[in-house]
Design a protein around this ligand. Structure first.
Ligand code: COA
Ligand code: AMP
Length: 643
């Protein structure tokens, strides 16, 4: 395809000499000691990057910039319409905060290799906690604030944190989210008990500390600031974990994605120039949450490693106060690039279909809009392009990779956009499409999208304490390849198209959720004999979960009552972010003769799509019953029909 981008040369250069390519990019990072090998194929499950090197991520994200004379440069701008506050924190101030918090954690016994759980809203102290953990060589695990007690418990038991850093509350537009009752629920359910909680008291809701367990964040940090306590950046192996981020798997047990220190820094630093076209000192805004991978990589680590200014927005695209919030932030803070999920733009478009509110603001400083996290639908892309007047760049990645698998590298020179495709594989990724038997398919043919091993720097080397699960979940099905669990195709120009997940994961408002996890919770309701959860298409959130319940014989409550309880149970156990509001009681579930629930067919019925009757179906009449139940409720395609 004819274009002036440097992409093809750079990608070919990587392919010809992967180790040389990454060694060159690694020069942008400060190392305490050099690696023995850029890639050691004999270490780890499929090899390890920068084996033998030592480094520290906090040093590269913070101290290095101060030492280079950029201490006055803004590191974080916190814009919080939900509290009506704005704060700018310079690199020098960030170093002071991180150093003092590292001292607090050290006082509580945290050292190299220990885990620190972080359960916080979108405040700069959450970033400080991540960096302070890294400064000590500890391993953080951030849990998204929209997850509730049960999700906390499974994570606590898996990573066994010494300390939890948290806040008294988060703030949603319609309510204050008190964290202490959620933590209490998590700790009650978990078998493991952390020693301490460091609690940031927020004026919107003060919590009562637990005697002997809780430490006041601000008091303890300020005491170390006054004392001028120094905490050096602990040298760690490049291959040591920086963090564990749990993500939905095919069961209720989330997968602990491990991120290392060295490779992670190298890939993220490269991406800021090559993919996002951002220069140090510019303002980069990832409108996500620190609890998600987009937040880890592009609210926290990449912009700071790059010496850019990261914008932290504690608000929503709509309702805080209106659908012009994004435009205000872009103007006020001179945002050069915005990165968010398509659902945010669908929400804005729904409230302000003609994009009239943008007329009140000067957004001319914005160069690019990046979208990821879910499929970017053509309508949203075109609308955003028209309203903002800047290129809209879709890119595809996963919690597991931590950065783009396929994208359009604006910094290398933008490639022609094909709407519906996140464009082309980035250097480091040899993306292929295989059929179910593992044979390559023709260009343009749908199949399993895989990445030839080894995965590039920043991608997960394994799952936390679970090498075997890592192999089973990602590597065994297609030997020699990483299974992305996304289905799609590559066209004749090498453009990648992502069409659907091949497992039970659904994507709700850009949030990755496991229907299997929801089924486990619903199955725990005493009146539910059996259930199936599917994701049905939704104009705003992309997908919404819908649960089908079969009740036990002899249940005295009404169906409506049990359905209400089930909705409440999912909210209390998994959290409001599951957005589980549709529960429908049915008499039977469609199954194959071997007893497998036909979720895919149910989803097609709910979405009003054509489907082929599975040859192995036990009783085809059940499909009609499912359709009738959905119709009676006006759910999915039936809602659109009746609208
Ligand atoms: N803490 C507590 N509760 C939270 C939360 C948090 N951090 N984040 C979301 N929730 C709650 C919401 O308040 C909502 O509760 P409700 O059922 O009482 O209304 C529920 O979880 C569902 O949240 P969500 O699906 O996000 O819906 P929403 O109506 O609040 O917002 C969007 C919809 C589209 C505006 C919002 O999802 C959004 O901005 N998404 C795009 C950006 C993004 O975060 N992407 C993620 C990865 S890039
Ligand atoms: P997460 O791990 O939360 O980032 O979710 C990763 C999953 O989201 C991917 O496996 C895809 O199914 C989906 N996804 C992310 N980005 C895109 C995109 N640009 N286009 C289509 N699907 C995407």
């Amino acid at each position: 395809m004819g274009d002036s981008s440097d992409y093809h040369r750079v990608y070919a250069g990587w392919k010809a000499d992967p180790e040389g390519f990454w060694a060159e990019q690694a020069e942008a990072i400060d190392w305490f000691s050099q690696w023995d090998s850029v890639f050691d194929a004999d270490q780890g499950v499929y090899g390890r990057w920068f084996a033998g090197a030592t480094c520290n991520t906090c040093h590269n994200a913070v101290d290095r910039h101060v030492a280079a004379g950029h201490g006055d440069r803004p590191a974080i701008i916190h814009d919080s319409p939900v509290t009506g506050t704005k704060r700018t924190i310079s690199y020098a101030e960030l170093r002071e905060e991180v150093q003092a918090l590292a001292a607090v954690l050290r006082d509580l016994g945290v050292g190299k290799g220990d885990r620190v759980m972080i359960y916080m809203p979108m405040v700069p102290e959450a970033v400080a906690a991540m960096l302070a953990s890294g400064r000590l060589g500890a391993i953080h695990s951030v849990v998204f604030g929209g997850f509730a007690g049960h999700e906390l418990a499974t994570r606590i038991d898996d990573c066994r944190p010494k300390v939890i850093v948290t806040a008294s509350c988060g703030i949603e537009p319609n309510r204050i989210v008190e964290y202490m009752p959620l933590i209490a629920h998590g700790l009650e359910e978990a078998h493991f008990t952390p020693d301490h909680c460091v609690v940031l008291q927020r004026p919107e809701h003060l919590c009562v500390p637990v005697e002997g367990r809780d430490v006041d964040y601000r008091e303890a940090v300020d005491a170390h600031k006054r004392a001028g306590t120094m905490v050096d950046c602990e040298p760690v192996d490049a291959t040591d974990p920086l963090y564990i981020l749990y993500t939905s798997g095919t069961t209720g047990q989330p997968k602990g994605v491990v991120r290392d220190n060295g490779g992670h820094m190298v890939a993220l630093k490269w991406s800021m120039d090559a993919i996002y076209d951002i220069r140090p000192g510019e303002v980069f805004w990832a409108a996500s949450d620190v609890g998600w991978v987009v937040g880890h990589s592009y609210i926290v680590y990449a912009p700071l490693l790059h010496g850019a200014t990261t914008l932290m927005f504690e608000g929503k695209p709509v309702g805080t106060p209106d659908a012009g919030a994004f435009w205000r932030v872009i103007e006020e803070h001179k945002v050069a690039a915005l990165f968010t999920a398509p659902t945010a733009f669908r929400a804005i478009k729904k409230e302000d279909p003609r994009g009239e509110l943008i007329g009140d603001y000067d957004v001319s400083g914005l160069r690019t809009l990046f979208l990821a996290g879910e499929r970017a639908d053509p309508d949203t892309i075109r609308w955003a392009e028209k309203v903002l007047g800047v290129p809209v760049i879709d890119h595809w990645w996963q919690t597991e990779t931590g950065w783009t698998i396929a994208g359009n590298p604006v910094g290398l020179g933008r490639l022609p956009v094909k709407i519906g495709s996140p464009t082309v594989p980035m250097p480091g990724y040899d993306v292929q499409v295989l059929d179910d038997e593992g044979h390559p398919v023709e260009r343009g043919t749908l199949g399993n999208i895989v990445v030839k091993l080894p995965l590039p720097p920043s991608c997960l080397p394994t799952l936390w304490n679970a090498d075997e699960r890592f192999r089973a979940a990602y590597l065994d099905e297609f030997p020699g390849y990483y299974k992305t669990a996304d289905a799609g195709f590559i066209d004749e120009d090498g453009y990648v198209f992502i069409m659907a997940r091949t497992d039970d994961i659904i994507n709700v408002a850009g949030h990755r959720l496991s229907t299997g996890g929801m089924e486990e919770v619903i199955g725990g309701h005493p009146d539910v004999a059996e259930c199936a959860v599917i994701g049905i298409a939704d104009d705003l959130k992309g997908q919404l979960p819908a649960g089908f319940l079969i009740l036990n014989a002899g249940v005295e409550k009404s169906e409506a009552e049990v359905e209400k309880e089930v909705v409440r149970l999912v909210r209390e156990e998994i959290g409001p972010v599951a957005a589980f509001k549709i529960a429908v009681t049915v008499k039977r579930l469609p199954k194959t003769r071997s007893g497998k629930i036909l979720r895919g067919v149910m989803q097609k019925i709910a979405d009003g799509q054509d489907f082929r009757m599975p040859a192995t179906i036990d009783d085809p009449a059940i499909l009609e019953e499912i359709g009738a139940a959905l119709k009676a409720r006006g759910v999915g395609a039936f809602a659109r029909e009746t609208a």
